[in-house]
Design a protein around this ligand. Structure first.
Ligand code: PLP
Length: 404
């Protein structure tokens, strides 16, 4: 008899490391070199963590042998608290900060602590798919609202509001956005805050890319715009500080905490169940958040991240049948394929054939819960040289697949 996985997992997807990724591993095991444009992991592309982060972890490794407070080290939480003050988020106390093994763990905890069977959470489409899966895994129902490509991937607020029901408990926003690269306009953030206030919904704001901004884009933390709503903000080391493998993230409670005593109890309970987040990394959080922010140099027009993003954008928009919005932040480009012009069925077919024929790995848009099967996501992390090869192959592949 086969041992079956839990029914809760049956319809869940995480395509960033899904079946096509498995195919890529298989091809690699046969000796092919794959150009991986599928995952936002800075280190393998030569983006080293800032030296001071590495030094702090090494220097403190002996102090990091024991468990610490389940919410996190005092100094780390205090640094996050101070960061909220510089951002203009009011009323965050040290016990409103939870340190986790990356934002991923905290996203799952934030949903598990809240949801009962059938409770609804509004999640953007497209989204970073961990949000959709975490809602479902926690017994909730993810309800997707549209982010509109025609308005630079800003959320469609009418669609969002029309999907609120008596079962809706919260709104997820991802800003700057993975996969679209959108950075929401101030008025959009303000209106989402206003909708949450009016309907008494919790705001879950994933701001892990808040320092990866291009062309003068400004990031507005939604927690600065709420009065009487609970706001749960997420940030971490993985992207801004190129330290994804160290697994360090934080969750910040602000706004109407007085209305959320039981939920906060639930969060603290889940944090204690896993004893604490990994300790060596926590020693680096204070250093990361204070002082010189090296990411700023990378996102300037002269910086590596910017140049790579621009190369992808310029090359893609020169291909007939491919269009895309220029990213304002984060590490991704999310182009559209005009399916009428090419000989593949949908985004998944495109991604699979591109991998098999040209050994270039990207992720299909539907893997991000996007409603139409005609987008894909590319990461902007590889060097200009590697991206040039990848873009040549993509161009070649699309030329071969063009319907004449
Ligand atoms: N949130 C978003 C929007 C992401 O893109 C990612 C990783 O790609 C995460 C959260 C998870 O980050 P972490 O490495 O902190 O778990």
């Amino acid at each position: 008899m086969q041992i079956l996985k839990s029914k809760r997992l049956e319809h869940l997807r995480y395509d960033i490391r899904g079946p096509v990724y498995e195919k890529a591993l298989e091809l690699e095991s046969q000796g092919y070199k794959i150009i991986n444009l599928n995952i936002g992991n800075p280190a393998p592309f030569g983006f080293d963590a800032p030296d001071e982060i590495i030094h702090d972890i090494i220097l403190n490794i002996r102090n990091a042998q024991g468990y610490v407070d389940s919410r996190g080290l005092f100094a780390a939480r205090k640094a996050v608290m101070h960061y909220t003050q510089t951002q203009g988020i009011k009323g965050v106390d040290i016990n409103d900060v939870y340190i986790g093994n990356g934002v991923s763990e905290l996203i799952v905890m934030s949903m598990q602590a809240l949801l009962n069977e059938g409770d609804e959470i509004l999640v953007p489409s497209p989204d970073y798919p961990l949000w959709t899966t975490s809602v479902a895994l926690s017994g909730g129902k993810p309800v997707h609202y549209i982010c509109d490509e025609q308005s630079d991937w800003n959320p469609d607020l009418e669609d969002l509001e029309s999907k609120i029901t008596p079962r809706t408990k919260g709104i997820v926003m991802i800003n700057p956005n993975n996969p679209t690269g959108a950075v929401y306009e101030k008025e959009v953030v303000r209106r989402i805050a206003e909708i949450a206030e009016r309907h008494r919904l919790i705001l879950f704001s994933d701001e892990i890319y808040d320092k990866i901004l291009y062309d003068g884009a400004v990031h507005y933390p939604v927690a600065t715009m709420v009065q009487d709503t609970l706001c749960v903000t997420f940030g971490g080391l993985s992207k801004n500080y190129r330290s994804a493998g160290f697994r360090g993230g934080w969750l910040i409670l602000s706004g109407a905490k007085h209305k959320a005593k039981s939920y906060i109890e639930g969060l603290t309970f889940l944090a204690s169940m896993r004893l604490c987040a990994n300790v060596p990394t926590q020693y680096a959080i204070q250093t990361a958040l204070g002082g010189y922010q090296s990411i700023k140099d990378l996102v300037l027009p002269t910086g590596r991240l910017y140049k790579q993003m621009e190369l992808i954008y310029n090359r893609l928009t020169a291909i007939p049948g491919i269009s895309c919005v220029k990213p304002k932040g984060a590490l991704y480009v999310f182009p559209k394929i005009d399916l009428r012009k090419f000989d593949f069925k949908n985004d998944e077919d495109f991604v699979y054939q591109l991998l098999v024929e040209q050994k270039v790995l990207v992720v299909a848009g539907t893997g991000f819960n996007y409603i139409k099967p005609d987008h894909f996501r590319i990461v902007t992390l590889p060097s200009v040289d590697e991206l040039t090869v990848a873009m040549n192959r993509l161009e070649q592949f699309l030329d071969n697949s063009r319907i004449h």
